[in-house]
Each structure stands twice: as C-alpha cells, then as structure tokens.
Design a protein around this ligand. Sequence first.
Ligand code: NDP
Length: 373
Amino acid sequence: MKSRRNFLQKLTLSAVSLPLIPGLKSSSFPGWQKSVFQDRMLRVAIMGLGSYGTRVAEAMQDSKKAKLVGVISGTPSKISAWQEKYNIPSKNCYNYENFDAIKDNPDIDAVYIITPNALHHPQTLRVAAARKHVICEKPMALNAEQGREMVEACKNAGVQLLVGYRMHFEANTLEVIRMREAGEFGEIKFFQGLSGFKIGDPSQWRLNKELAGGGAMMDIGIYSINGARYMIGKEPIWVTAQETKTDPVKFKEGVDETILFQFGFPEGIVASCLSTYSMGNLDRFFLNGTQGFAEMQPSTGYGPIKGKTHKGPLDNPHITHQTVQMDRMAEIILEGETAKVPVDGEEGLKDLIIIDTIYKAVASGRKEPIQLG
Ligand code: NDP
C-alpha cells in the first residue's frame, strides 16, 4: 500500500513538472497524463495590463482551470494595483526589461501576451526562450514571416503557442459548425462577414502603423478572415481586395480604414467581407448553403452572440468568452486536449498569410492566389 502511494506521488510530481521540462510538449503526452493533470490550474502571467488584459484577468477569476499568478508591465502603478486586486506576489511581477528571468520562476506556466500587435513577435520569442508556454493575442504578428519565426521558436523551445481566438470556443459558433459538419445546410455556397467599428482617439496605437502593422484589417477585419474559414470549414485559395479611405489624416499611409475583400474557396464557394474602422453596427456573419442558412449578429463581439438558422434561433447560454477560452486553453496546455477549431500558432500563421495576401491584392488590383502550405 505504502509503495503504491509512493509510486502515485512520484508519478503525480513528475507529471506535474512535465510542461516545465524543455523539449517536452504536453500535447505529445500519452493518455495517462490526462488524469494526473486534471486537478492542476494553468498558472498564467499577463503581459500588458491594458484594456483587453484587464478583461481577460476579470474573466479568469471564474475559470476553473486557469489562474492569474503574475504580471509583466511597463507601468509600476498598474503592477501594484493588480498585485492587490489579484493577490499576486512580488516575485511574480516583471517589467519589459527583466521578464526573461521568468525562466527561473517555477510558479508560472504560461505568459499571455496582450500588448500592441508589433510587440507580439519579439515578446513571444523571449517568452519561448524562457521556456514558458505562450498565449498571444490576435493578430499573432505583423506578417507571416514573423508568424513563422514564432511558430518555429516555440516548437524549438518545446512550449505551446496559442492565439487568443476566443470565438473558437463560443457555444453558438460551435453549434453552427456542428450543423455544417452534419450537412444541415446542404452544400455551402456563400459566406458574408462584416467586421468593423468607428475608431475614436486618433493618437492610439491602433492607428500607428509601427505598432499596429496596418489598420482595421489587422485589428477587426481578421475576424471576418478567420470567421470565413471556420464557418465554411475550408481554406481560401484566392482573394481580391479593394481599399477606400475617406480620412487620410486619421488613417495615414499603411493604416487601412476600409477594405472590401472577396475569397474563393474550393468547389466554387465564395465569400464577401468588409473590414472597417469607420462604420458602427458592423458585426455580422451570414452562411448560405443549398438547404439552409445561419446568420449571426453580433457574430464576434463580446456577446451574447445572437443569431438564427433556418431551423430556429441560436440560443445557447452566454458564458464570458474569455473564461471559456482560458478553461479550454488550460486543457490544451496541461491535459493535451485539442480544440475543435484550432487555436495554435499554425492557425494564427494562416490568418497572417491571408492578411499579407489581402494587402498584396489591394496593391496589385488583381486576384491573388493564397498559399497557405
Ligand atoms: P491597450 O492599449 O488597451 O493595452 C495595451 C497594453 O500594452 C498597454 O496598456 C500597456 O500595458 C502595454 N504596452 C506595452 N508597450 C506599449 C506601447 N508601446 N504602447 C501601448 N501599450 C503598450 O490595447 P488592448 O488591450 O485593446 O489590445 C492589446 C492586444 O489585444 C492587441 O493585440 C489587440 O488586437 C488584442 N485584443 C484582442 C481582443 C479579443 O477579443 N481577442 C480584444 C481587444 C484587443 P502596461 O502599461 O501594463 O505595460
């Protein structure tokens, strides 16, 4: 009896430390580890304590599987406020200069990067070098080249790279995907995605090409790109795109205000999408098949996501997206689970390849092939 208990204790201890061992990925663990990880929380440090970081931290309080244990911030006053609010010990607090030392902190499993887009790439490389799992906000980087480097760096470090695609865990979205897979819409023919909002303060980083990498497309248009892919369930093979700009002072060179884009998918399926920083009430998906349809509005906002199909309303209960996301991401990192719609670095990279190609199509005025492979 005693030796069995010793064995179990050893097994639990070694399994618990597995994700911290360089070169080991929890996704490659065999099934036995699932049970020993079940009671463990993913211990997360948030990098960038801004508006979305604040939302994620609030939501994580209700997570059963992920816990906020650390912060990385350039603003000392925020660090002390978060320490008090979330009971974060000083040894788990870092700034942008010293966070590489997180590699020596055994109490943090993953860093959630929620900073301006241009910082995602260098920060991911540093977190990977510190052998911590990375959760990175969308867009994963400024372009596909950076995205590839991030995927490679995390692979080489033996850590996971996940992207904050919260819609991939949202119940009404998953119901539409289930219906499509069950053939309830018949053959899919068309998708429409409208993603936009009216942006305010002209001095914010979202309108600074250096920090944002572009304009509305990087920030909000990406929802229609990603949505077209998970709603149709196939990858686009070509794109055409047209840009309009009504305010060249606010939307400077390289910062797109409005882009219309059209995708071609295999089997003649087409999609028509709009990305904009200059229109409100624009958060709508429409999927049309030979035997039915789904429409969602709002389709990617913080929810509740509302909509209907030809069979009736989409009425799954609303749960805070970021709470569900953190539960599921903890299962992916700690328990080797997989997401129904992927949230890994390769998924983030696909959207970056498509964004690069959309910008190329705007510049060329031609139909551009999309090469995801
Ligand atoms: P904010 O401007 O509100 O916050 C960004 C934070 O990053 C700042 O508060 C700051 O935190 C830190 N930071 C570090 N360097 C800089 C810098 N040079 N300029 C500005 N901030 C800096 O942005 P959001 O929280 O809205 O967006 C952050 C990321 O999250 C973006 O990539 C965005 O696309 C993504 N996002 C995702 C959403 C989703 O639904 N998945 C929704 C909203 C945003 P500190 O003071 O602690 O250093």
